[in-house]
Design a protein around this ligand. Structure first.
Ligand code: NAD
Length: 277
């Protein structure tokens, strides 16, 4: 059976294709025969069909990318992100949530029934179920400008919780919420919640929290993930064979969440570092 995953000849979009998980995802998709369009603020090295410059903080850049991508689009992989400091909370919210939401919503009209979107959130967003009421005004904000305005108005909340954590909670909530209205038009929406992964942003996480704290978030495997280990679950989620999977947050964390919930991992940590993880 060739084309086992069903990507042969299909146009797919990958953000964050210049580095880490996005680069690995673009590479896998090229290998399985997709027509890959890579979007990133930095140059993409993978031999994709087309690579475009994209700044997820900028609506004009997002509109130009959508125009250049064209139609139809079979799958979107929303992987690009910022780690929080040294980047501002506002930029982190725009790149990790507000911008990707606009990009995806702008691509949906080009996505036929049977297509799918997979976003990368994070274990940093765990506990998002308790933040639904607080974050729903952001999650359901009608456009980029109102999403940005929410972030500016709620700057103290961003400062308190950390832009990275809030952006990842918002992504989990949006996936759970928006999947229900996208599915009737045949478009599935899911996300992954990766554990610590050795990528371009890991040095920033270590600078924020220290390697020891990061390593408390590895799962029972006792090691960090690689980019390719995060790429394959994304490719799996967007495969047409996952046709009954929607609104799902897949924990790609080597069992960390399960072990935490069942009391086998003590994730106690100092408040200052916890809020930035
Ligand atoms: N590395 C980890 O431990 C970890 C854990 C959980 C979740 N994540 C998430 O995984 C995703 C991928 O990150 P990664 O770990 O591969 O890091 P990475 O730094 O290697 O890749 C991030 C990519 O996003 C791009 N990017 C940054 N700002 C952008 C902008 N304004 N517009 C467009 N593209 C932009 C970068 O150029 C880079 O190619 C992110 O959403 C991140 O939050 C990472």
């Amino acid at each position: 059976m060739d084309d086992v995953l069903g990507y042969q000849g299909k146009r797919v979009v990958v953000t964050g294709s210049a580095s880490g998980m996005g680069e690995a995802t673009a590479g896998v998709l090229v290998d399985v025969g997709a027509e890959v369009i890579g979007l990133d603020i930095a140059p993409t090295k993978v031999a994709v069909a087309k690579s475009l410059e994209l700044d997820l903080r900028d609506t004009a850049s997002i509109a130009a990318a959508v125009e250049a991508v064209g139609s139809p689009v079979a799958a979107v992989f929303s992987v690009a992100g910022l780690p929080g400091p040294p980047f501002s909370d506002l930029d982190t919210m725009l790149v990790n949530f507000v911008g990707p939401r606009l990009l995806i919503e702008s691509l949906v009209p080009s996505m036929p029934a049977g297509s799918a979107v997979a976003c990368v959130a994070s274990t940093a967003g765990l506990g998002w179920q308790q933040s639904v009421a607080e974050l729903m005004p952001l999650v359901s904000a009608p456009d980029f400008e109102s999403g940005r305005a929410w972030c500016e108005t709620n700057a103290p909340m961003l400062e308190e919780a950390g832009g990275y954590v809030l952006s990842k909670k918002a992504m989990n909530i949006w996936v759970a919420w928006r999947a229900a209205t996208l599915l009737p038009r045949g478009v599935r929406l899911n996300c992954t919640n990766p554990g610590p992964t050795d990528t371009g942003m890991m040095p920033a996480f270590e600078a924020q929290s220290g390697a020891e704290l990061i390593n408390r978030f590895v799962g029972p495997s006792g090691r960090r993930s690689t980019s390719i280990e995060q790429a394959w679950p994304l490719v799996f989620l967007n495969s047409p064979h996952c046709s009954y999977v929607a609104g799902e947050a897949l924990h790609t964390d080597a069992g960390f969440t399960g072990a935490l919930i069942t009391g086998q991992i003590d994730a106690e940590m100092p408040d200052e570092t916890a809020r930035r993880k």
